[in-house]
Design a protein around this ligand. Structure first.
Ligand code: NA7
Length: 904
């Protein structure tokens, strides 16, 4: 029985007994609202859709400016929920025009008979949660009231145009149009002097079309965008064939992809490709005209690394210079202020070539800002432009505008959504907000939405919401609300995800920077639609984790908690490893374990180039030891870091941490010498540490011959290598040198005690297991020897040791002994800094270009080395600026331990 019927019979009178009763009110009759209505109806919910517009279409109803088209290929920009629908509609073009998209939505409304439940020309003026009735009470601009159990915002992400913030806008006596509110009448441009203000996607689509009609077009550009050719035409035959070969599989791949279009994940990074190979890839993408292909298929680091992105940017600028005849105009059109992809690139048709027309003028507002609008046109700081028509393509109050600014929404206890979101949108999953029961947002802030094919994201959200409402009804629950814990956890996860891409480094509508006074922070989910979908599914399979449900007989269900505590890429990696059902390393025997780790290492991305790599040998305590030296590209002499690899004293060699050594060599601009110390079981305790000490001594004595700077040396090591580095510092102090200026200990083994909480909490599931650590210890060192400080540096004397930087990972059995060592160093008066890396596992830092979220930790470690060696810190890149919302800073918290430590 529909909930509205139940309410009508069973509930006390609502707070407004004249209110129309329905189960669900949906705001917006665009792609999201139409599909919601279809699904809710099928599920038996009495549903009403309200829209201010006179007809269906949502974003596509309003954005009817000349040249308006979708920028995702139509075969992907289509509903997929009904296999029969897929073959019932044929798109005429690769990128459909706005009228064709509206025809498609009209076809949908007709096919599923949707119009009868949509009320057009109706604006909601207030929405208030009634705690007693557990219903939302809405008022509308026609004086009506509606009471609903569930209130769903299907308002779109780009629905509320932002004011252009230009003085004197009312003084202009000509015609003024906004691309986001284009009139339904025919706008006559022929023979007119037209201005377009704004060069984002809307401006770039409109400008070439307007230029063909207007007598003269003046484009006022504040910031240039990267525009890529759409090469519009018929639907691409090869993509269509791929879809038609197996529709279900194509759609399923899209649902689990990065951006909602089934392109594979690239694995080759930019520096693994030659200039020629990069250019070939770029030209192929340029010729193809597909936005998602362009932003994801060139090389793996194009969206995550400034250098990888800069290579794309320069190739696009080269194209601009080739197309635009006037070099000065080409220069003005060439973006330099943001990394490629950090702002949504535009798809264009003849955009750059339009500036070769005699009737088009480009005005660079960076050189001559707009002074005012006057009766006859626009004045800049230098000139006056007489105009008949001004078109503002100045964008939207994106993602939050339509939800927050359109009408006051008051949740539990009268709490207003605008107040809750004053410092930026707070959501759980981008779907719900704590304190606002039974309110849902389709593609809200904190979900992939605008960074994906919207249709894929809309369908996923609609399905998730309707499935929840159905399940609640079956279980007898009437309210659902996110918990504060879950919401705070989601904010942290969003902040973690934002480190994976470069979106945080540009002032865009993604970050709220286009609206003066709006809180800054990356609003969409940057982890990709596949990861996001898996998390939403996890929420359900884990008993609606993070939601409180209540029912009429005071029944309640609340499974509180955070859905993701791991860093996003660590989560993906561990899931992949679990799916691979890898054998337990300790079950393979020593030879098998070495072969297995060598095989894993061979599959990882190669490290980045450094100035020089030299393999050599040095005299150890008992014969020669191999080493690998990494020299920076910058002129020396450089400080030297003696590095000890990980591998539990049993596995690995001087080359096995190659990507990490390269990365640290580049970041610190220091020589790294990775030492091939002898391993157990052939050489048990104390061989590895004695080799480590002997190697450090020799390297210090031969620093200048190695091309390094004389004077104190640095040591570093990961895992068992961290143990060797720590012990080396103790031996150097006790045996008369060499002088060590600092020690970098990364997830070090410091003590053989297995009773610390991290050994229990992280015993399995995080790659380094308790059982593997036991095997390492047994293979390396007899129980009797383990109290020796050379095996367990935590049990040694710590006063007088070199200053230290200790990194620990939250999901690592070794976490607590690393923290204990830092604490003990601090207590012994050793200056120590500690980096507790939240959401990371034991191998996070060594997995360069796999665990991208650990890049900032590696940067901090490199900075620590530079501090040890009294080198200046890195300057921040001058060409980018970080936008960060207060309270959502990265989770890796650096702090000075000095005897005190924060819990993880
Ligand atoms: P965008 O991408 O936000 O572009 C708006 C443009 O308007 C952009 O070039 C702005 O320059 C410019 N702008 C905004 N205010 C002003 C003022 N006051 N003076 C001069 N120029 C101004 O919006 P779109 O509608 O083009 O595209 C939005 C999305 O819709 C798009 O990404 C697709 O997903 C579809 P600024 O960069 O702020 O200097």
């Amino acid at each position: 029985m529909p909930d509205a019927t139940l309410a009508g019979h069973a509930s006390k009178a609502t707070s407004d007994s004249t209110a129309r009763q329905v189960d669900v009110v949906v705001v917006g009759a665009g792609f999201a609202g139409l599909y919601l209505l279809h699904r809710l109806r099928k599920a038996g919910f009495a549903t009403m859709v309200l829209d201010e517009a006179e007809d269906i279409g949502g974003t596509w109803y309003w954005n009817r400016y000349p040249g308006a088209r979708c920028d995702i290929q139509t075969i992907d920009y289509s509903y997929t929920f009904d296999p029969e629908l897929e073959t019932a509609w044929k798109w005429s073009e690769k990128y459909a025009t706005q009228p064709e998209i509206l025809r498609y939505l009209g076809f949908i409304a007709e096919r599923y008979d949707l119009r009868s439940d949509i009320r057009f020309r109706t604006r909601i003026t207030t929405a208030t949660w009634d705690d007693a009735e557990e219903r939302w009470l809405l008022t509308t601009d026609d004086g009506g009231t509606i009471s609903c159990r569930y209130y769903i915002m299907a308002t779109g992400c780009l629905s509320t145009p932002k004011p252009p913030e230009i003085a004197g806008i009312g003084d202009f006596k000509g015609e003024v149009y906004f691309t986001g509110r284009w009139p339904h009448k025919d706008v006559k441009l022929a023979g007119k002097r037209v201005a377009v203000v704004g060069t984002g996607s809307s401006g770039i689509q409109a400008i070439p079309v307007i230029a063909e009609q207007a007598a003269h077009l003046t484009v006022f550009q504040r910031t240039p965008s990267f525009a890529l050719p759409a090469h519009n035409g018929p639907v691409l035959a090869d993509r269509l064939a791929l879809l038609e070969r197996d529709r279900a599989s194509y759609r399923e791949q899209a649902r689990w992809s990065l951006a909602g279009v089934p392109w594979p994940q690239q694995t080759l990074v930019s520096w693994q490709l030659s200039d020629t190979e990069r250019r070939e890839r770029f030209e192929k993408a340029w010729a193809m005209g597909d936005l998602i292909y362009f932003v994801s298929q060139l090389w793996a680091d194009q969206g995550s690394d400034l250098d990888g992105s800069a290579l794309v940017a320069e190739l696009v600028r080269e194209k601009i210079r080739a197309i635009v005849n006037d070099p000065k105009t080409a220069a003005i059109l060439s973006p330099h202020d943001h990394p490629f992809g950090a702002k949504r690139p535009c798809l264009d048709t003849n955009y750059y070539a339009t500036y070769n027309r005699a009737n088009v003028t480009l005005v660079n507002l960076r050189e001559e800002p707009i002074a005012a609008m006057i009766a006859t046109g626009i004045t800049t700081s230098q000139r006056r432009f007489d105009l008949d028509i001004i078109v503002f393509a100045t964008g939207f109050d994106a993602m939050t505008g339509a939800i927050m600014a359109v009408h006051p929404i008051s949740g539990r206890g009268g709490k207003s959504l605008s107040a809750v979101w004053a410092d930026g949108p707070q959501t759980y999953l981008g779907l719900t907000v704590a304190g606002f029961p039974n309110l849902f947002m389709i593609t809200g802030p904190g979900s992939p939405s605008v960074l994906s094919n919207m249709i894929v994201s809309i369908e996923q959200h609609v399905d998730w919401v309707v499935d929840r409402l159905t399940a609640m009804r079956e279980a007898g629950f009437t309210t659902i609300e996110a918990t504060e814990t879950a919401q705070a956890g989601w904010a942290r996860h969003l902040a973690d995800c934002s480190t994976l891409t470069l979106h945080r480094l540009a002032n865009t509508w993604y970050t709220g920077a286009n609206v003066p006074g709006k809180a800054l922070g990356v609003m969409p989910y940057t982890g990709g639609v596949g990861l996001y979908r898996s998390i939403c599914n996890d929420v359900v399979s884990r008993g609606l984790l993070g939601f409180r449900l209540t029912g009429p007989d005071h029944s309640e269900q609340c499974n509180d908690g955070e859905i993701v505590r791991l860093q996003p890429d660590v989560r993906i990696l561990l899931t992949m490893m679990a799916d691979m059902k890898l054998p337990a390393i300790e079950s393979l025997g020593v030879a098998g374990a070495r072969a297995f780790t060598a095989m894993l290492n061979a599959r990882r991305p190669a490290g980045r180039p450094v100035g020089e790599i030299v393999d050599g040998t040095l005299p150890g305590s008992d014969g020669p030891l191999p080493y690998r030296l990494y020299r920076p590209v910058t002129p020396g002499p450089h400080p030297i870091v003696v590095y000890f690899h990980g591998g539990g004293w049993v596995l690995g060699d001087e080359k096995s941490d190659d990507p990490f050594c390269r990365d640290m060599c580049r970041r610190s601009e220091m020589i790294f010498v990775s030492v091939g110390y002898r391993r157990a079981p052939e050489h048990r305790f104390p061989t590895a540490v004695e080799d480590g000490y002997a190697a450090t001594r020799w390297i210090a004595e031969h620093a200048t011959e190695l091309g390094g700077r004389g004077g104190p040396i640095l040591v570093a090591g990961w895992s068992a290598g961290g143990n060797i580095a720590a012990v080396t510092c103790q031996l150097a102090r006790d045996r008369g040198g060499p002088e060590i200026a600092g020690q970098l200990l990364i997830c070090p083994v410091t003590d053989p005690s297995f009773d610390r909480p991290s050994y229990t909490e992280n015993a399995t599931g995080y790659f380094l297991t308790r059982s593997l650590m036991c095997w390492f210890w047994d293979t390396y060192c007899s129980p009797a020897d383990r109290t020796d400080p050379r095996a367990s540096p935590l049990r040694g004397k710590l006063a007088g040791l070199p200053r230290a930087f200790v990194t620990t990972a939250e999901f690592d059995p070794l976490r607590d002994e690393g923290i204990a060592y830092a604490k003990a160093l601090g207590a012994a008066g050793v200056p120590v800094e500690q980096l507790k890396a939240c959401g990371h596992f034991h191998a996070s830092f060594a997995m360069v270009d796999v665990v991208i979220s650990a890049a900032s930790e590696r940067a901090k470690m490199a900075d620590a080395l530079r501090r040890f060696a009294a080198q200046p810190q890195y300057m921040e890149r001058p060409d980018v600026h970080l936008s960060a919302r207060p309270g959502t800073s990265a989770r890796a918290v650096e702090q000075v331990a000095q005897g005190e430590s924060a819990s993880q």
